[in-house]
Design a protein around this ligand. Structure first.
Ligand code: EPZ
Length: 415
């Protein structure tokens, strides 16, 4: 599947921002800890969600999805190993380890997949499980975890990994005694998972801080959850609006705190952002301010928006620099942007961007989800039309990027 997108002179209209991918996936995994029926509202219609449901079905969990409502019935749940063919299709499959350990004290699953943005080790996840008394072995891409009694522990995370924090929260929810996670991630996705776990009967203190104290329980009830908006999708559209004369209303922004860091960067780029209730009105004349930017763990600017920021800065009035501090290989967008006339230079973990007077439509390849979204942004900024190959990557996280931008007046279509 490819996307054809043409240069656009202005964007105007309303976008209903989809539910968050990276929030809902850990919560789907967490339902493994429960007995009963859970309803997850505002669940995005994206392939990662559907693959996660296929994995749950192997555990004899019934799932039903319609109109952004996901119903999960764990009443007949039974243990089973999870095969590589499915686990390798998404990163979040690794969270099934923590949830299965929390439920059964054992798990056997294939290696996780996910976007190719670096090595993406899971050593911190495994170190934490080890501290909880889990024996771990890896053979032929299969991870086997077993323990006699999953035991709460005091664990120092040497890096605030989002996935490791979520995985250890899930395991700790079913462990005996108290777990203390020091140096935990503070991302909104972690906060939402903590709140959900509290709602099913786990006791978690320190939510939103780097020290989480978890008191698990052997008896967790099912609960409904209303998913938050996807801050990365909202941020993608805000960044695009900075580079193209725009007047856009984003709806569904129910917690402004989760997006403050992104608003601050967009304001530096020249975007005017006005909030009213749960909407944001974003306006610009398309003149992008140059500057130096860096990604970081929350509340810093999110790494997931780095490729889109790089694309947008091609239009800036001067030289800019963007430094990546989270993943080691998130610059795959640079080569593709060069194909469209972008003037960029990578040195170490920074990319230096010069104003590119002419971005010209061409043929480019999506290689991961956010890089693909950045190419859509570049296509909108270019003169002429751009074909983005392998657009299925983009659909992994953006439910409706083509429709959303079409509704704003852009010429964009799947081909
Ligand atoms: C989550 O990935 C998100 N994915 C990513 O979004 C996001 O970029 C990332 O958090 C950071 O915010 C999902 O939620 C599914 P990490 P995750 O563990 O959990 C190193 C997207 O586009 N590390 O915080 O995999 C790791 O190599 C995706 O939606 C270890 O060294 O991120 C990386 O450099 C892409 N050992 C850094 O930590 C470990 O055991 C951050 O990784 C774990 C991580």
């Amino acid at each position: 599947m490819s996307i054809r997108v043409c240069g656009t002179t202005c964007l105007k209209g309303v976008i209903e921002v989809q539910g968050s991918k990276n929030t809902v996936l850990p919560i789907i995994a967490a339902t493994i800890l429960t007995d009963g029926i859970s309803r997850i509202h505002n669940c995005p219609d994206i392939s990662d969600v559907h693959v996660m449901c296929e994995l749950l079905e192997i555990l004899n969990i019934k799932t039903y999805y319609k109109d952004h409502l996901l119903v999960i019935d764990t009443r007949n749940i039974t243990y089973a190993p999870l095969p590589c063919e499915l686990t390798c299709r998404l990163r979040s499959s690794v969270l099934l380890l923590g949830a299965m350990l929390g439920r059964w004290g054992k798990a056997r699953i294939g290696s996780p997949g996910g976007c190719t943005i670096g090595v993406r080790p899971i050593d911190i996840h495994l170190e934490g499980f080890y501290k909880m008394n889990v024996d771990i072995s890896v053979e032929n891409n299969i991870l086997s975890c077993n323990c006699y009694q999953l035991q709460g522990c005091d664990f120092n995370m040497r890096y605030p990994s989002v996935g490791a924090t979520e995985n250890l929260l899930l395991a700790a929810s079913g462990a005996q005694g108290r777990t203390i996670l020091r140096g935990a991630a503070k991302e909104p996705e972690v906060i939402e998972l903590c709140n959900y776990l509290n709602s099913i009967g786990v006791l978690i203190d320190g939510i939103g801080t780097e020290v989480l104290v978890i008191k698990g329980s052997g008896c967790l009830k099912s609960a409904d959850y209303i998913n938050v908006y996807d801050r990365i999708v909202a941020g993608t559209y805000m960044l695009i609006a900075s580079a193209i004369p725009s007047d856009i209303i984003l709806t569904g922004i129910d917690d402004i705190h989760y997006i403050k860091n992104i608003i601050n960067v967009c304001a530096r780029l020249g975007l005017n952002v006005v909030r009213a209730y749960n909407t944001l009105r974003v306006q610009s004349i398309g003149d992008v301010g140059a500057g130096d930017f860096a990604t970081g763990t929350y509340p810093e600017f999110p790494t997931d928006l780095l490729p889109v920021l790089i694309a947008v800065l091609l239009k800036s009035q001067g030289k800019s620099c963007v430094t990546e501090t989270v993943f080691e290989n998130r610059f795959s967008v640079v080569n593709e942007l060069r194909k469209l006339g972008g003037r960029l230079n990578v040195i170490g973990n920074s990319v230096y961007i010069e104003r590119s007077d002419r971005i010209i439509g061409g043929m480019v390849d999506a290689t991961d989800l956010r890089q693909g979204a950045a190419l859509v942004a570049a296509g909108l900024m270019a003169s002429g039309c751009t074909i983005i190959n392998d657009a299925s990557y983009i659909k992994r996280g953006y439910e409706n990027i083509v429709k959303d931008l079409n509704d704003l007046g852009a010429e964009i279509t799947y081909i």
